[in-house]
Design a protein around this ligand. Structure first.
Ligand code: C5P
Length: 282
C-alpha cells in the first residue's frame, strides 16, 4: 500500500515574539494559515527507510537522518520508502521541513495503523511540527505547542515570494534586539480581518532584513503592486507574502515579479480553508 500526503506551506500572517524561555527558545504569538502549494510525499511500507528527493527545490536537501522526514519515521519506530517531491524552498520561513515531518507522521500513522506520538514527542522534531499537523486558521503560542483552532481560513488571494536566500532560523532569533514585545491585540476583527492583520507585526522581519537586505526589496516590490493590501515576511524568512485584493491583482503581481526577478521564487496561492485536508490513498 502507498499513502500520498500533502505538506502545505505555512504562512505566519503575524508573528509576535513575547518573551524567551530559560532554555533560549522564544515565546511566540502567531496567526497562521496554510497554503494550497506545498510538497508531496509518497510513503510505501519497506524493511528499511530510504528517502528519495525530487522536484524544483530538491537541490541540497539531505536524504539521510538529517532530514526531518527520516526523523519522523524514526520517532514512530517504523520504516518506509519515502519519496519527497520538494516544491517549497528550504530554510524559507514557510515550514517546508516541519510540514514535511508533520505530513510524514500523519501518513505513516495511516500506513501502519498506529496513533500519532505524544504532543511532546512531536514537538521534539521541531517547534513548528505540531502546528503543521493542523489546518485552517490557527493561533500558535508558547514555542509552538499551544495551538488554538480559530475555524476555517478566510478566503484570500495570496502571493509568496522567496528571493532564494536561505535564512537559518537560529541566526534570526539571535539577532532579535527586543525579546519581549506586546502580544497580538485580540480579538481579531472578523469583518475587517485584513486591516486587523495589518496592524500586527512580524517581529523577526527586522533581524531577517539585517541578515539579508534583499528581503526589504521583496517587501517593497510587493507593496508597490496595484491591489496589494498587505505584505509581510513569514516566519524567520526569507519568504514574504502579500494579500492581494483580487485574482487579477494576484496574477499580475506574480507575472511582474517573475519578469523582474526570474531568479526569485514567486507563486500565487490561496489558503486551505481547513476542510481540505489533503490525503490520498492509492
Ligand atoms: O525547533 P526548531 O528546530 O524549529 O528551532 C530552530 C532554532 O530556532 C532553535 O534552536 C532556536 O534557536 C530558534 N527558535 C527559537 N524560538 C522558537 C523557535 C525556534 O528561539 N520558538
Amino acid at each position: 500500500m502507498t499513502v500520498e500526503v500533502f505538506a502545505p506551506a505555512k504562512i505566519n500572517l503575524t508573528l509576535h515574539v513575547t518573551g524567551q524561555r530559560s532554555d533560549g527558545y522564544h515565546l511566540l504569538d502567531s496567526l497562521v494559515v496554510f497554503a494550497d502549494v506545498g510538497d508531496r510525499i509518497t510513503l510505501t511500507k519497506a524493511a528499511e527507510t530510504r528517502l528519495e528527493v525530487s522536484g524544483p527545490c530538491a537541490a541540497g536537501v539531505p536524504t539521510d537522518a538529517r532530514n526531518l522526514v527520516v526523523k519522523a519515521a524514526q520517532l514512530l519506530g517504523v520504516t518506509a520508502h519515502i519519496h519527497l517531491h520538494k516544491n517549497l524552498p528550504a530554510a524559507a520561513g514557510i515550514g517546508g521541513g516541519s510540514s514535511d515531518a508533520a505530513a510524514t507522521l500523519s501518513g505513516l500513522c495511516q500506513l501502519y495503523c498506529v496513533p500519532l506520538p505524544t504532543p511532546e514527542a512531536v514537538l521534539s522534531l521541531g517547534a513548528d511540527v505540531p502546528l503543521c499537523l493542523k489546518r485552517g486558521l490557527v493561533r500558535m503560542e508558547g514555542i509552538g505547542e499551544q495551538l488554538s483552532a480559530l475555524g476555517p481560513s478566510p478566503g484570500m488571494h495570496l502571493v509568496m515570494v522567496n528571493p532564494r536566500v536561505e535564512v537559518p532560523t537560529p541566526t534570526v532569533f539571535k539577532a532579535l534586539s527586543c525579546k519581549e514585545n506586546p502580544a497580538m491585540n485580540w480579538p481579531m476583527n472578523p469583518t475587517d480581518w485584513v486591516l486587523w492583520v495589518a496592524k500586527q507585526r512580524n517581529d523577526l522581519e527586522a533581524p531577517a532584513v539585517s541578515a539579508e537586505p534583499v528581503i526589504a526589496d521583496v517587501l517593497a516590490m510587493l507593496r508597490a503592486q496595484p491591489g496589494c493590501q498587505l505584505a509581510r515576511m513569514s516566519g524567520s524568512g526569507a519568504t514574504c507574502f502579500a494579500i492581494m485584493e483580487d485574482a487579477q491583482a494576484q496574477q499580475n503581481t506574480v507575472a511582474h515579479i517573475k519578469t523582474a526577478h526570474p531568479e526569485w521564487w514567486a507563486v500565487a496561492c490561496k489558503a486551505l480553508t481547513g476542510d481540505q485536508f489533503s490525503r490520498e490513498t492509492t
